[in-house]
Design a protein around this ligand. Structure first.
Ligand SMILES: Cc1cc2nc3c(=O)[nH]c(=O)nc-3n(C[C@H](O)[C@H](O)[C@H](O)COP(=O)(O)OP(=O)(O)OC[C@H]3O[C@@H](n4cnc5c(N)ncnc54)[C@H](O)[C@@H]3O)c2cc1C
Ligand code: FES
Length: 259
């Protein structure tokens, strides 16, 4: 299901410093899978391309998509000022999302996220927890945490902070050892250094890992090649070692991508 449509803002609240939680009323909610995203059109003339934002939760009973975003520039600033009852144009549902069947037969399922990679983990934990026990290792810069209560509904949550103000002092990969977690499979989303460390960890421990690459995008629909990443295997259409993050991803098996 992919279409451009109007969505009504139900609420749009600040939940941490520079972080907002918006609920958009849209029939697209019924078609969303964890790890997929929507493109949000902003009215700023220099920002004609949709801003990709991950689906934090698909609240199908309320017909709402929940997005949690950090204000970093004009587009996200514009979005943060939208009030209940206003409408925004969105394009969705985009991207591949996490394949839930990869968790079958796995004993220790670990979600790992940092910063603005945390939001998609809520929907992922919600879906996985229906059939599996789920743990999550979440990295924050400091005690300014967000979405912890949401995650705790579906997963055992372990925290790492850069400054040690909450949980383990250090990064999320080192926290695995600290908390004696031995994943059979990892699902991750977060900053590139974290994803690289997870890819390395997965290779060293010979386990599956799926990482979501939330890199810069332009069209969001596969047309501009503004989002390509290097892959180990050749694309069967173009015969080059590239993938489009917006359509082939954003979720990739860690061993498939050269990051
Ligand atoms: C698949 C995907 C999912 C995403 N999900 C979320 C989400 O759930 N929540 C969230 O807050 N953000 C998410 N992002 C990032 C978000 O799309 C950007 O922050 C947003 O487009 C910035 O728009 P802007 O107009 O406010 O800023 P711009 O004016 O476009 O940029 C402002 C600054 O932010 C930097 N920037 C822009 N985009 C990115 C990016 N993708 N990664 C790192 N730095 C960037 C720019 O280099 C610049 O320094 C996601 C990105 C992708 C590709
Ligand atoms: S953003 Fe245009 S091809 Fe991916």
């Amino acid at each position: 299901m992919k279409q451009k449509c109007k969505a009504k803002v139900k609420d749009n609240i600040k939940i941490a410093d520079g972080i907002y939680d918006i609920r958009l009323e849209t029939d697209l909610a019924a078609y969303a899978n964890p790890g997929q995203f929507v493109g949000v059109y902003t009215s700023d003339a220099s920002a004609l391309l949709p801003r990709p934002i991950s689906i934090c939760e698909a609240e199908v009973d309320r017909n709402c998509l929940r997005l949690v975003y950090r204000v970093v520039g004009k587009g996200t600033d514009w979005l943060s000022k939208k009030e209940s009852g206003e409408e925004v144009d969105i394009l969705g549902i985009l991207g591949n999302g996490y394949d839930l069947s990869t968790a079958d037969e796995k004993k220790e399922i670990i979600l790992m996220a940092g910063g603005i990679g945390v939001p998609p983990m809520v929907e992922l934990a919600k879906k996985l927890s229906v059939d599996h026990k789920v743990s999550a290792v979440i990295g924050y810069r400091n005690s300014e945490t967000f979405l912890l209560d949401d995650l705790k509904k579906y997963a055992d949550v372990y925290i790492a902070t850069d400054d040690g103000s909450v949980g383990f002092k250090g990064n999320a990969v080192d926290a695995l050892g600290e908390y004696k977690l031995n994943p059979d499979i990892i699902y991750a989303c977060g900053p590139m250094p974290m994803l690289r460390a997870i890819k390395r960890y997965a290779e060293e421990h010979d386990i599956e890992a799926y990482i979501s690459l939330e890199e810069r995008m332009a069209c969001g629909v596969g047309a501009c090649l503004g989002c390509v990443c290097k892959t180990v295997h050749k694309d069967h259409h173009s015969h080059v070692n590239n993938a489009r993050i917006c359509t082939d991803g954003p979720v990739f098996e860690a061993g498939e991508v050269d990051i």
